[in-house]
Write a protein that binds this ligand. Structure first.
Ligand SMILES: [Zn+2]
Length: 382
């Protein structure tokens, strides 16, 4: 089997890089809907060359197109999930595929167009290894992961509820690490309403929204508990009118993260207590606290998947540890539905979301090989 896989990879290798180059060279910044459409069509073509049908799908909100394969499968399937949007605007000067020998640089190389290539070629090779079997694989490539998957979340929850296991093709870390745990993310938006007054004539008649905000921020930041995976970051504030006006209003944007679902309620309660009882006399506080991504927790079943993947990587002499991260992905939704999920199965590289983003060139091929062997094990033993 291994020699057959090596042979198929060797035959496909140059096309893999060509396909990768093609999709990296199409700007698919999340809000560039024209580019999103072009990238989507290129992916449909790349997949159809491999006899994989990717269909355009929409959520009930009908906001933007995503791609799916295997929509008709109802249960006992494996979920392959990735995104084709990036954080790089079309106007950026970082907009082409650059082959630098050992590495490939370019927008969305690492995060995560290489992962899409790994997923599609793995599936294509599996189809060639099992020509007579309808493989239990369902794929979603969405176009809004970088902006919180607010549109595609509904598709993940509807289409993948019965998945046997979930595989997310976000990048692996530079040491080959895969992701088994991600923090949950909530957004907290606070408005503090004070009262304007002339700073020289009658400042005592005003209510200083900046002062009230500072008091709130001190208390919120005190909730940080990095050791137990809790982050409350007051990371943006807008306030003030002029030097001589008591500020009547401020807006605070807070990033809230936690490791386990069981931490959510107690943390929310503490946050709400602080916001419901401002200490600055006369200040009024309004807020919105909502969950963006539930935590992606490591379970016994996902631990088994990680163990299997790592043992295959190690047999092939590639280092592969497990890691936890504070950043979210679509694996958070899948994992929160109880689907055993592992993440970081794309190529390996670094500097996502910057102009230094790259992948290690040959990892595109060997991560495909590891994943194919991993899938064979699951298909043979299930
Ligand atoms: Zn990503």
């Amino acid at each position: 089997m291994l020699t057959q896989i090596d042979k198929l990879l060797e035959e496909n290798k140059s096309q893999m890089y060509l396909d990768f180059e093609k999709i990296v060279n199409i700007n698919s910044f999340s809000s560039n809907l024209d580019g999103i459409d072009k990238a989507l069509n290129a992916l449909v073509d790349i997949a159809s060359e491999k006899d994989i049908e990717l269909q355009k799908v929409y959520s009930s909100k009908n906001v933007r197109p995503h791609l799916m394969h295997g929509k008709e499968k109802e249960k006992d399937y494996f979920a392959f999930i990735g995104h084709f949007d990036t954080v790089h605007p079309a106007s950026s000067d970082f907009n082409t595929y650059i082959d630098e020998g050992d590495t490939i640089k370019g927008p969305g190389t690492n995060d995560m167009k290489a992962g899409l290539i790994v997923a599609l070629y793995s599936y294509s090779i599996l189809k060639q290894l099992y020509p007579n079997r309808d493989l239990p694989i369902k794929i979603l490539f969405n176009s809004d992961e970088e902006i919180g998957s607010t549109d595609s979340q509904e598709i993940v929850e509807k289409e993948f509820i019965n998945a046997k296991a979930g595989f997310i093709f976000e990048p692996g870390r530079i040491g080959g690490e895969i992701t088994v745990q991600r923090k949950g993310l909530a957004a907290l938006d606070i408005e503090v309403i004070g009262k304007p007054a002339h700073a020289g004539v009658a400042p005592w008649e005003g209510v200083n929204a900046i002062l009230a905000s500072c008091e709130i921020i001190q208390k919120l930041e005190a909730l940080n508990d990095y050791e137990n995976g809790i982050i409350v970051g007051c990371n943006e504030i807008h306030s003030g009118i002029a030097r001589n006006v008591v500020p009547p209003y401020s807006k605070i944007t807070v990033d809230v993260r936690f490791e386990k679902m069981s931490q959510k309620e107690p943390l929310y309660k503490k946050i709400e207590e602080i916001l419901n009882t401002p200490t600055t006399v006369g200040a009024e506080v309004k807020y919105d606290l909502h969950l963006n991504r539930p935590p992606f927790e490591k379970t016994e079943a996902s631990g088994e998947l990680a163990k299997l993947y790592r043992s295959i990587a190690k047999k092939l002499n590639y280092s592969c540890e497990e890691m936890a991260t504070g950043g979210g992905s679509d694996g958070n939704f899948l994992s929160a539905m109880g689907v055993p999920t592992i993440d970081g199965l794309g190529a390996i590289g670094d500097f996502s979301h910057t102009k230094k983003e790259y992948i290690v060139k040959d990892s595109l091929v060997y991560r495909t090989k590891i994943f194919v062997l991993f899938m064979i094990d699951l298909l043979e033993n299930n």
